[in-house]
Design a protein around this ligand. Structure first.
Ligand SMILES: [Zn+2]
Ligand SMILES: [Zn+2]
Length: 281
């Protein structure tokens, strides 16, 4: 009898502890929920951190490309530009915390796309880097030595909820592009598009089985004449691409011809340009 009586406070304590932990779990779940809700309410966005075309005053532009994707499950940096100090300076001016980056996707092994990575890793090595499997083994080892997690990409694969890579494409220069699935359609972000911009869109569209809302980045058309660029534009239309953002290695002529063909649906992409997907109609 005495023993039973004695055990009651322990049961009470146990129940209280259980209630407190359930409350804590509940509070955390609500906070997590509001974070996700906050992100989805704002919607996904793309912010150009590095490009040879200027857009916003006070930022540095130089040959290369880097685009930050936010508002998805993870914060993804696609390419890192050619120069780390320039990338970091632009990030600082744009209020982007390097520690907020969770995933880095490198399109291909050219300096104007990978050059900014060492500087970023020095500040935040806790990132997962998705790179084409064709990258040199010594390069991958270096990234691992710096503390990054390295993921080899061969075929198309998921990076996080709603974010995918097309997988390695191309013969000589192996390159991957990013595909972001949004409520308004698929967004394709390209580095240099060495495997051919329309091939990339076809691959992304085929894998995602979704309509293409926007294609943005380097289209690699800078050596093409007017007739050939117009052919690419009509291929874009045939593929149902609603918005185009030619930048980096697309060429001035390409940008002008896309503007003529797409009107306000040709986005003027350059350093500091932020594209909120919810604003695209
Ligand atoms: Zn390139
Ligand atoms: Zn390039």
């Amino acid at each position: 009898m005495k023993r039973r009586y004695k055990s009651i406070p322990w049961i009470e304590l146990g129940v209280r502890l259980l209630i407190v932990s359930l409350l804590l779990v509940g509070v955390c779940a609500i906070r997590e929920g509001s974070r996700v809700f906050g992100a989805s309410r704002e919607g996904p966005s793309l912010l150009i951190l590095y490009d040879n075309y200027p857009f916003r005053e006070g930022l540095r532009s130089s040959w290369g490309f880097s685009c930050l994707v936010r508002g998805m499950e993870k914060v993804v940096l696609f390419d890192t530009g050619g120069n780390g100090s320039m990338l970091r300076a632009n990030m600082e001016k744009l209020g982007v915390d390097p520690d907020s980056i969770e995933v880095v996707v490198l399109s291909h092994c050219h300096q104007d796309h990978v050059g900014g990575l060492p500087s970023l890793l020095r500040r935040n090595p806790k990132v997962t880097v998705y790179l084409p499997a064709a990258f040199p083994a010594s390069y991958k080892k270096k990234l691992r030595d710096w503390g990054a997690r390295v993921v080899d990409v061969s075929g198309p694969r998921k990076i996080c909820a709603g974010v995918y890579t097309t997988g390695e494409m191309g013969e000589w220069i192996r390159e991957q592009s990013l595909a972001v699935r949004t409520e308004k359609g698929l967004i394709v972000v390209t580095g240099c598009a060495h495997p051919g911009i329309t091939n990339i869109i076809e691959r992304a569209k085929g894998s995602a089985k979704a309509d293409v809302l926007l294609v943005l980045g380097g289209f690699h058309l800078l050596n093409l004449g007017k007739a050939d660029v117009l052919k690419v534009i009509s291929a874009f239309k045939k593929l149902g691409v609603r918005y185009a953002g030619p930048s980096h290695c697309s060429g001035d002529l390409t940008r002008r011809l896309f503007k003529e063909a797409y009107g306000r649906k040709c986005l003027n992409v350059g350093v500091g340009r932020e594209i909120r997907v919810n604003a695209l109609n």
